[in-house]
Design a protein around this ligand. Sequence first.
Ligand code: SF4
Length: 318
Amino acid sequence: MVSDAILKVEHLSKYFTVNLAGRKMTLKAVDDVSFEVPKGATLGIVGESGSGKTTLLRTIALLYTPTSGRITFNGEVIFDSDKRIMKRQYVRGLISMVYQDPESELNPTMRIIDIVAEPLEALRVPRDEALRRAEEAIREVGLSSDILLKRPLQLSGGQKQRVAVARAIVTNPLMVLLDEPTSNLDVVVQAGILNLLLDLQKTYNLTYILVTHNLAVAQYMSDYLAVFYTGRMYEWLPATDEPKHPYAKALADAFPTPDPFNRKILNIEIKGEVPSMLSLPSGCTFHPRCPYAMDVCREKAPQLKSIGNGHLVACHLY
Ligand code: SF4
């Protein structure tokens, strides 16, 4: 374990049982995933829809009960399937989340000040103190006090997402899980929210896990990147490294946004769509879409291997 890791995830899996026409099937949304995140760092998790990114965040926050594995957060084992440990109470207030769609998170009937104060009241912080801290958090995310008594419907998309960020930081968390926090916003507003998140991280030494399908956003924000496909982690790399896995290279090509690292276009085009999680291809689950697929790829699942500089790739090409 790296000495300053705030989060250590070991062999974490989250399976769902799905009833399909009377037949029970297992959906492996997160499958045997291990990684560590140092305190104050950002891990960007990238992949297409259906790659298990959001389920991974919810499982780390213990909003879903993991199927197996172990999670250590802030030096405390918060989940261990072997030892039957599950500490939901411990993570409340210390891990918070910002969702893709603030509409679903912000109760339209409540005033903004009450929405932001709500997580503190859930932690039994006295109301006066909760309101004072909520007002402070609202100022910190760059909103004026004019909005305190407004309802979410009276705010713009960017303002709503700032309220969601205020709600996430109001409990003084150690780690914030960001689930596609800017994908519903236009580019200018998106840049404002991303820069706000970077400022808050510096001020409070926050650790972030950022889920996004946009590799360029992940690279801009992150210290480390994890590439997910069909619930499995296929690559882990320092964000300053070039991605090596064919899927990660294709994701890099898919976003023609200005690249902060001036990467060349790698010309990897992938065909088809993410397969159904209920009938995954054998071996490397990416093989039906991979332009480099070999016989071994259909037969044997590649394991993560170190290629130096803390960079891991699961691909038979390496
Ligand atoms: Fe492509 Fe084979 Fe590598 Fe999978 S293991 S990404 S199919 S080359």
